[in-house]
Design a protein around this ligand. Sequence first.
Ligand code: GLU
Length: 424
Amino acid sequence: MSTRVRFAPSPTGRLHTGGARCALFNYLYARVTGGKFILRIEDTDVKRSSKNYLGDILDGLKWLGMEWDEGPYYQSERLAEYSAVAQRLIEEGLAYRDPEGSAAVYFKMPKVRVSWEDLIHGEISFDCSLLDDLVLIKSDGTPTYNFACVVDDVGLGVTHVIRGDDHISNTPKQIALYRALGKPQPKFAHIPLILGPDKKRLSKRHGAKSVLEYRDEGILSDALFNFLALLSWSPGDEREFMSRGEIIKKFSLKKVKKTAAVFDYEKLLWLNQQYLKRLGDEEAAEGFKRFLPSVERDSGFWLEFARLYKVRVRKFSEIKEAADFFFGDVKYDESAVKEHLFGEDKKNLLGGLFRRLESLQVWEIKELERVVREYAESGGREAKEIIHPVRVALTGRTASPGLFEVMVLLGRQTVLERLKRWVL
Ligand code: GLU
């Protein structure tokens, strides 16, 4: 029998880290087993559901590259089906209508012990005689989560229910319902929660955002996919940077840990950096441009710019600060200026270079390097004694990509203008 798993979000909020990781484990399990990944929208709570959240969830899944094989199925379109199943249970004496006359239907909770072999937690058993009768249909005629979930998991032929730990308490109730419906129960895998670095519930404060917010700040889809996969799962070796293909090949529910995962934003940035470094220059340039003022530059500029910066920032949005001196005037770092540009000696030094550069015919990396090195030698200095102050004069800071590359990208006119400020 082939695997059928589902992701069943309620459109009552955006697609966050926890939901996306749950979707991912379902997706991976479907891919590993050659089965189907189904999307079901649990939107029976009309008041709390919204089209915007639904759009956000669908876009988030697509952006992460987790295309579903079937669906989306909408629970709000299946209300008649839930009523019919409830009616059948009433006729079989397993459920009853609200004695006070509302539309509510209750399930007679059987006084039995149920147990299941959880694929992550091992055997879990629960005494249902501790439970009250279960609401199947609420007084407003809509089904409860537990009822609609079971009716649909049966209807869709779901073989494995992979969902968050927080649903463990629902599982005995759902198993009782499978039995009442005379259907075999699926396998259950309850994946652990994600906690913040302080071991408390994950929140915005820890960098937990919706999937599309990560996209909007310049995180790459591949990196987030890789990062989410490692929340409570690892391939069993030390590897962390893995392609989608490798993750799909290695994923197994057996290796999912029982204990909560800790969300580490620094690790996400590190992973993102690994992907960013390997990105083609053209794609990297497009990513950077999203965070830069729209300026006229030729494609040669952008390709070289991307080549220099994709290895220097951890996410696209960092480019704004890292490369601001290319797109507006320099913001000088005070201490860098004090250290590298103050004093008559420094000004004379830059003055000499300024004159050599002014008469330079060819504005190319090799040529600029030759001039700077020769100039240093002629004064009995090391090249870095020139390079440091020039870098601060041109970029305002002590760290930047290679100085000669920067000089070419800035262009002759800007370089000379900026140097001139520091010359006596
Ligand atoms: N709509 C439920 C949730 O978002 C689905 C739980 C389940 O997968 O059964 O938590």
